[in-house]
Design a protein around this ligand. Structure first.
Ligand SMILES: Cc1cc2nc3c(=O)[nH]c(=O)nc-3n(C[C@H](O)[C@H](O)[C@H](O)COP(=O)(O)OP(=O)(O)OC[C@H]3O[C@@H](n4cnc5c(N)ncnc54)[C@H](O)[C@@H]3O)c2cc1C
Length: 279
């Protein structure tokens, strides 16, 4: 059996089955070390630009801002302007509530002094054509913990819910890079609304939660993707990753899956995996 429902999908499935008693031996490390690739999605918009930034391959270049921080220039294809609804003006000064106040003040100032230009920056039409997305990722250690519990808002069923320490909502170096880049090239720096208003980072790279480990106490599966405690059960998706990669994860997920598959013997040589036995 191969589980490949993505980090959140596989965690949901395994928590549900462990809770119901169908898979009681799934490691208690389930839900630990859930990561976002320490990702931050920001950008620079060039309203009324002559260039069409929506044409070309999605990710063509990237630089390391420091040994842990990689930033890529990304484009959204034509037809994805609605992504613009998730963005707002970037504010790099202040912390916590002070930052939100500074953002609101800057937004009001912009709306009063340059109303048309500001509306054009925030308007979703032409967002893909006029925007260079900056995708920043870090290899630094930061993680969430997922638990299977009832929410006070809807106590009738259990759901995945985060617990414990939050991860940083934004990466100061990345924001500084976007702000400087915008200034140098005549654009306007943007960030996500969730980051600015709710202090929640936006990510397309949710990983971990059923990570590889040495044994059942520190991981859900082993280095060949075999689930501890069970025979012939494999996890082959982003949930197996035990670290922030700092780069886009698809190829790593594919390579680790190919590695796992390469160790599965052909049908005529099939035998039970010793790793599946309870230790
Ligand atoms: C907008 C966007 C752009 C991205 N760009 C890149 C990029 O350029 N390069 C890169 O490397 N990565 C990129 N990523 C990240 C990449 O897509 C993911 O990291 C990768 O797809 C994760 O692979 P996965 O196998 O874990 O899960 P997925 O690819 O999400 O596959 C999980 C599958 O399981 C299915 N599923 C879920 N729950 C269940 C269930 N209970 N039962 C049955 N099926 C279920 C889902 O429908 C889905 O088909 C991007 C992500 C997004 C959202």
């Amino acid at each position: 059996m191969v589980l490949a429902a993505s980090s959140l999908g596989t965690q949901d499935l395994l928590f549900r089955l462990k809770d119901r008693g169908s898979l009681p031996r799934i490691s208690d490390a389930l839900g630990a070390q859930v990561r976002t690739n320490a990702e931050s999605l920001i950008g620079v918009r060039y309203p009324r630009s002559d260039a069409d930034l929506s044409q070309g391959i999605a990710i063509g270049s990237g630089v390391y801002l420091d040994e842990h921080t990689h930033i890529e220039a990304v484009r959204y294809p034509a037809g994805s302007d609605s992504m613009g609804l998730l963005t707002t003006l970037m504010e790099i000064g202040g912390k916590g509530r002070g930052r939100r106040t500074a953002w609101l003040a800057a937004l009001l100032r912009q709306l009063l002094t340059r109303p048309l230009a500001t509306v054009r920056v925030l308007w979703p039409a032409n967002f893909a054509r006029e925007t260079m997305i900056l995708l920043c990722m870090q290899t630094l250690d930061g993680h969430l913990t997922m638990r299977w519990k009832r929410r006070w808002l809807w106590p009738f069923a259990k759901h995945l819910a985060t617990e414990g320490t939050k991860i940083p909502a934004f990466i100061p170096q990345a924001n500084a890079f976007a702000a400087k880049g915008a200034q140098a090239t005549g654009g306007v720096a943007l960030t996500s609304i969730s980051e600015m208003l709710l202090t929640i980072p936006m990510t397309a790279h949710c990983m971990g939660g059923a990570a590889m480990g040495h044994n059942r106490s520190d991981g859900v599966c082993d280095g060949r993707n075999r689930v501890f405690g069970y025979r012939n059960m494999y996890i082959c998706d982003g949930s197996m990753l035990g670290a922030n990669l700092g780069v886009n994860p698809s190829l790593t997920i594919t390579a680790l899956t190919e590695h796992a598959m390469s160790h599965i013997p052909s049908a005529d040589r099939q035998s039970w995996d010793a790793i599946g036995e309870e230790t």
